[in-house]
Design a binder for this molecule. Structure first.
Ligand code: ATP
Ligand code: MG
Length: 446
């Protein structure tokens, strides 16, 4: 066993065609295809190998007598997941993908699978638990289902970048190693920074606000780090945030921007991911402009009518939202005008009622929070006052506060969780499947 199937280097071999390009019209020319073995079927004198590459799959048909004995033997020995290349000819075959199969002339095993994977990667759902899959995530990601999810993710990212570029935003990257908490709070990961303690950034908030001074319209797509000790299906310790900040705007302006961005994302997926949507049998959420808006106060009234023991000033948890049997709260909608006390210090209190509510919003999808945003405070004295009220020490934020002596424009923005958005768009139930290598309280590897 295994003698013929010796592992070989790539050498001069190069792929001539992807699986999607294989068709009867190629005619008599030889092709070289490469990929991993999705399945093998042994029919005695015929071996079928289904080979997968980044664009799909194709069928290799090795028939005794039609190919050399040694090649036939190799085709018999090849195991699922092995990485191989095949040189051969294309022959029409109705039952094969793209209506053609490859008749092999030469087979190279680049890397032979040494053991069977602890789970199957065929099929949309997996009977093994998510932890088994995550332990061998790179193999798990060979699943068609996850392939579709991450191609849709790619479209989301491209469409966000294209959309914001059209609105003249520039993409920035802010430090992820920071000296003080963005908003205070205990959700920080401390790190060693030379001889000092530092933290992983929980948000680019203060930096993106500062950058409106020079660039006016900025966005960042990057990691946020949060120590979330509770185990939920919607929290990661490392998530990707789409952070947007715009000068000379208020929260109504950036809500309008955010909802148009979401509609653009949905339209772009419909256009670019037709095959994935078909495979997933996925109906994207219906979106029409403008998204419904409910004030925090109205929702509290509704919740109290529904018998929830919730007080004005409390946060609204997903569990509580689920108790509202209101179909208008099924898709995307905004909850606006939150109590000032529930939001971070940089959120601007409204003019009315002594600033009891602030110019803030959460974008929701059903009971799941997608994004938080607001008009920001752009004056130093107000910032210091709000910080002090929230028990933060202004001195710790000196590096931030000092720029407010030099004309920070009025500005507003939001942070949108990429994985949360993926959950809304693709109906992935566990946020861990919307990220390649999830980090949570129990998992720091792979
Ligand atoms: P939640 O109340 O759901 O924990 P949050 O209000 O603490 O979220 P924000 O600080 O408002 O979160 O962050 C902005 C967005 O970033 C959130 O609306 C969410 O989409 C995303 N986000 C925040 N924390 C996480 C996390 N731990 N895992 C995944 N996404 C997150
Ligand atoms: Mg929030």
């Amino acid at each position: 066993m295994g003698e013929l199937l010796e592992e070989q280097d790539l050498g001069h071999w190069r792929r001539t065609h992807y699986s999607s390009e294989i068709s009867p019209s190629i005619g008599d020319n030889e092709v070289v295809v490469m990929g991993w073995v999705a399945s093998v079927r042994d029919h005695g004198n015929i071996q079928f190998i289904i080979l997968k590459d980044m664009h799909g799959e194709l069928q290799i048909t090795a028939k005794k007598g039609e190919c050399s004995d040694s090649l036939f033997q190799m085709a018999k020995e090849v195991k699922e997941h092995s990485s191989i290349g095949v040189r051969g000819k294309v022959r029409p075959q109705e039952k094969a993908p793209n209506g053609a199969e490859i008749v092999p002339v030469e087979l190279k095993a680049f890397s032979v699978a040494k053991k069977a994977a602890p789970f199957l990667v065929q099929g949309k759902t997996s009977p093994v638990g998510i932890d088994t899959r995550l332990d061998l995530r790179a193999v798990d990601l060979r699943r068609n289902y996850l392939g579709s999810i991450f191609r849709i993710r790619q479209t989301v990212l491209n469409s966000v970048r294209e959309f914001l570029a059209r609105q003249k935003f520039i993409e920035v990257n802010t430090p992820k190693m920071i000296a003080t908490a963005t908003e205070g709070g205990a959700a920080l990961f401390p790190i060693f920074y030379y001889d000092r303690e530092a933290y992983l950034a929980q948000s680019p908030q203060l930096y993106k606000e500062q950058l409106t001074m020079a660039f006016e319209s900025v966005f960042e797509i990057g990691p946020i780090f949060r120590a979330e000790p509770s185990r939920t299906n919607r929290h990661l310790s490392e998530a990707i945030s789409i952070d947007v900040e715009r000068a000379f705007s208020d929260y109504n302006d950036v809500m309008a921007l955010l909802e148009r961005m979401i509609v653009n994302i949905v339209d772009t997926i419909k256009e670019r991911n037709q095959d994935d949507l078909k495979y997933l049998e996925l109906q994207l959420p219906a979106v029409s402009l403008p998204f419904p808006k409910y004030t925090y106060s109205d929702l509290i009234d509704k919740l109290q009518e529904a018998g929830e023991r919730i007080q004005w000033g409390d946060d609204i948890s997903p569990q509580v939202m689920k108790s509202l049997q209101d179909e208008r709260l099924g898709g995307f909608y905004f909850i606006i005008d939150w109590p000032t006390s529930t939001k971070p210090f940089y959120v601007k209190p409204g003019a009315a009622d002594n600033g009891r509510v602030c110019e803030s919003f959460d974008l929701m999808f059903g009971s799941l929070e997608m994004s938080s945003g607001s008009t920001r405070i752009n004056r130093k004295d107000q910032l210091v006052e709000r910080m002090t009220k929230q028990g933060l020490k202004p001195a710790a934020f000196d590096y931030h506060l000092r720029v407010f002596d030099y004309g920070v424009p009025p500005h507003a923005g939001f942070g949108l969780g990429l994985e949360r958005l993926m959950m809304a768009l693709t109906k992935v139930e566990n946020i861990r499947d919307a990220t390649l290598y999830p980090r949570d309280i129990d998992r720091l590897a792979p």
